[in-house]
Design a protein around this ligand. Structure first.
Ligand SMILES: Cc1ncc(COP(=O)(O)O)c(C=O)c1O
Length: 382
């Protein structure tokens, strides 16, 4: 059997071969593999240089200073560090956090853990377009609100929040703005100064880098202090201890440098592929697009299909690797909380599939996927 056509780039991307090549140079004895914290020998200094070079590559993509990048194991840990680390360190300033009902579980479950610790959380509901409005946020802000956490690009819908407008609301009330940008890197411009972002979570594996590495951007400001969650050798200026994974970090740096150089061209090509995909299904009745395309990235296409059962559809599409809602929930038969959160009826949410395209998607793959979907829908409806 042929390998399925991979249309699940929002769950994870394959590592770009250029990234893999850089990583391979940082693993074995003949490469730069040492512990970057080893200050007593040349291999350690070389590894430190690699880590600092990658820190600059990540910082450059988001308009930050390299000293503002804290390495983590991924965006999940970065979200935990931002929310828990900031709320705990600022308990005296107030205990109120604002987030939304359609964030990634890395934010939702972290906010729930903070509620259990005694912090108060306001859960904003998005509009039908999947976005949080500045007016809605302004109405939820309180004197004791210290942190607002909202995502840049939604992982199921692809919708883009108006980060500049939201950060203006947050800062008007002297609070701090955290953004989960795991799905946004390389897809939309992300300048932390222009957008007024104070804390931002990043992931390596959503942008053709390796899994198991990410970062938190922490704006250098006396107002922004974080309590560490992981204690140990005091790495990353005490914010995140643990030996830095030189090869992972070198890979993430290269991936971000490629995103800076090629992200815009990737997106333009992917937008054309998404149009080709949708045009191929256009004459089929009863297909609903769950995303308001005027405010979304083109690489994520979320569709529901009338007259078929979601599980049967997935089974019939075994030649295509796609996701029902969020990959993290794929064991569950509950409809996606994100789709329900924007008002998609339960029955329609149950047949939703997320198709996500990437750097290596080809026109031939799109055409083959379209043919398979057309065949599956017609057969199942028949
Ligand atoms: C929006 C968003 N935040 C956080 C994460 C988690 O990222 P990581 O896998 O790097 O922990 C993901 C990935 O599923 C995501 O899409």
């Amino acid at each position: 059997m042929n390998a399925p056509i991979y249309l699940d780039y929002a769950a994870t991307t394959p590592v770009d071969p250029r990234v893999a090549e850089v990583m391979a140079r940082h693993l074995t004895l003949d490469g730069i593999f040492a512990n970057p914290a080893s200050r007593s020998h040349m291999p350690g200094w070389q590894a430190e240089q690699v880590v600092e070079g990658a820190r600059r590559q990540v910082a450059d993509l988001i308009g930050a200073d390299p000293r503002e990048i804290v390495w983590t194991s991924g965006a999940t840990e970065a979200d935990n560090l931002a929310l828990i680390g900031f709320m705990r360190a600022n308990r005296a300033r107030g205990g109120h956090l604002i987030t939304s009902t359609i964030e990634h579980k890395a934010v939702i479950d972290t906010a729930r853990a903070l509620e259990a610790e005694g912090f108060e959380v306001t859960w904003l509901e998005p509009g039908h377009d999947g976005r949080i409005t500045p007016a809605h946020l302004a109405a939820a802000m309180r004197d004791d609100t210290v942190l607002v956490s909202l995502m840049a690009v939604n992982n199921e819908l692809g919708t883009i929040n108006d980060l500049a407008a939201l950060s203006a609301v947050v800062h008007a009330r002297d609070a701090i703005f955290h953004v989960d940008a795991a799905q946004a890197v390389g897809r939309i411009p992300l300048d932390v100064i222009d957008l007024g972002i104070d804390l931002m979570s990043l992931s390596g594996h959503k942008v053709y880098g390796p899994k198991g590495v990410g970062a938190l951007y922490v704006k250098r400001s006396p107002d922004i202090r974080l309590e560490a969650l992981i204690h140990g050798g005091g790495h990353e200026r005490g914010m995140r201890s643990g030996t830095l994974p030189t090869h992972q970090i070198a890979g993430m740096g290269e991936a971000f440098a490629l995103a800076e150089r090629e992200g815009e061209a990737d997106q333009a090509r992917i937008a054309a592929l998404a149009e080709r995909f949708l045009a191929g299904l256009d004459d089929l009745e009863g297909i609903h697009r769950n995303t308001d395309v005027t405010v979304a990235v083109p690489n994520i296409v979320n569709l529901s299909f009338d007259g078929v059962d979601g599980e049967s559809l997935l089974m019939a599409l075994r030649g295509i690797a796609v996701s029902t809602g969020s990959a993290c929930n794929s064991a569950s038969v509950e409809p996606s909380y994100v789709l329900r959160g924007i008002g998609v009826p339960r029955s329609r949410a149950l047949t939703a599939l997320r198709f996500s395209f990437g750097r290596f998607t080809t026109e031939a793959e799109i055409d083959a996927a379209v043919a398979e979907i057309r065949h599956a829908i017609t057969t199942l409806r028949g």
